[in-house]
Design a protein around this ligand. Structure first.
Ligand code: MTE
Length: 401
């Protein structure tokens, strides 16, 4: 296969045949790694072959920034390093298809079946996109920033776009990154340069980034249109494939992630051995949660009676701890995040459930709410692309005793 040279971890679970490579870790493996995911277990979503970029090519990598700006420039990685403030920020990327497997079990969508590990967190090092845009001086009339990777796909290169007003807003944290967890990006994750967009679906974080264009129009790239949309529920996959007008409706675009959570322990269908537990003991239920657009998860609730009653779980945001100690300029740069409520990462939650309750329950359910009061819904929003699935997350449990 074309990617035979790309180093990959045997613990990653392939979700699509041999090629292209799309993979996630086992949810428990991912969860036990904690806040920062090792690059080897970071989920991978590739639409085609990984572009072959050796060190020589990387040293001479050219990022062309052009279009509606007064000062079009072609940057090498060294130029970016020298001209702009270098920052290192933890960001959680989430594929819009995270949890699609549940949707595909109801009715097959256009996409393949992600479990609930289609997300990962890394420390990304690079420069703020806002600084680069300031440097090239956008012209009146520019409304969108179009990004393009150099992977060669059947319908042209991978590309997508952002509203210029968002891209210029440093608080959104968008960055051009060349390193991940302190090392150069892995080939699967965009070596030598990628866009990182916190709080939005992973599809906006263009890998192998080679071109940025300031434009009057949003991206015309194939996957920007015919992917990364939540089409209305009545539009079936065949209809979506056949009638292109659905895709051109700007109302269905996805930008921010929606609020979501999952149970990482116990596993779905796990057999719990409670024999060693006293009657007044508890069983820990654990998982992750996130919200989009920099918003914070404000509550996580767990039910053992299918939503008739709920208990409040404890939430921890390791990102807060990171910020509290991130005093140096080389972390967030001139963006003061130490006082900020903005969240670019996932959080973790736990709840101790009384053994007596666990003994009699067949399913454990979780849901969360964010600061805009958006709540995960009881019912699934099935859609043709199978994206943004965030209904209550449920695991069934069985008991040995
Ligand atoms: N960028 C390019 N050039 N080609 C791609 O196939 N996939 C996108 C995005 N950027 C993609 C890309 C999608 S859909 C996702 S979810 C993220 O990259 C995944 O990033 P990762 O593979 O580093 O986890």
């Amino acid at each position: 296969t074309p990617d035979a040279w790309v180093p990959r971890d045997g613990r990653m679970v392939r979700l699509t045949g041999k090629h292209p490579f799309n993979a996630e870790a086992k949810l428990k493996d991912l969860y036990t790694q904690g806040f920062i995911t090792p690059s080897s277990l970071f989920f991978v979503r590739n639409h085609g072959a990984v572009p072959i970029v050796d060190q020589h090519l990387a040293n001479n990598w050219k990022l062309k920034v052009h279009g509606l700006c007064s000062k079009p420039v072609t940057f090498t990685l060294d130029d970016l390093r020298r001209k702009f403030r270098v920052v290192t920020i933890p960001v959680t990327l989430v594929c819009a298809g995270n949890r699609r497997k549940e949707q595909n079990m109801v009715q097959k969508s256009l996409g393949f079946s992600w479990g609930a590990a289609g997300l990962s967190t890394a420390l990304f090092t690079g420069v703020y996109l806002a600084d680069v845009l300031e440097y090239v001086l956008p012209l009146r009339g520019a409304r969108h920033v179009v990004f393009e990777g150099c992977d060669d796909l059947p319908n042209g290169p991978y590309g997508t776009s952002q509203l210029l007003s968002w891209a210029r807003d440093k608080r959104k944290g968008m960055m051009l990154a060349w390193a991940m967890n302190g090392l150069p990006l892995e080939p699967d994750h965009g070596f030598p340069l990628r866009l990182v967009v916190p709080g939005q679906i992973g599809g906006r974080s263009v890998k192998w980034l080679s071109r940025i264009e300031l434009s009057e129009h949003e991206s015309q790239h194939h996957l920007h249109f015919r992917d990364n949309k939540v089409l209305p529920m009545p539009v079936g996959p065949d209809q979506a494939r056949a009638e292109s007008h659905w895709w051109y409706d700007p109302r269905y675009i996805i930008r921010d992630l929606n609020v979501n959570s999952a149970i990482a322990s116990p596993d779905h269908d796990e057999i719990l051995d409670l024999s060693a537990q006293g009657a007044d003991g508890t069983y820990p239920v654990k998982g992750y949660a996130y919200a989009g657009g920099g918003r914070r998860v404000t509550r996580v609730e767990v039910s053992t009676d299918d939503g008739d009653s709920w208990s409040l779980a404890d939430i921890t945001y390791p990102e807060d701890r990171f910020r509290a100690t991130a005093y140096s300029d080389s972390v967030y740069g001139d963006l003061d995040m130490t006082e900020s409520d903005t969240c670019f990462c996932w959080c973790f939650w736990t709840l101790e459930i009384p053994i007596q309750t666990i003994r009699t329950t067949r399913a454990i359910v979780v849901r969360c709410m964010d600061e805009s009061l958006a709540l995960q819904p009881r019912n699934m929003y099935w859609n043709a692309t199978g994206m943004m699935n965030n209904w209550w997350f449920r695991v069934c449990v069985h008991k040995l005793s």
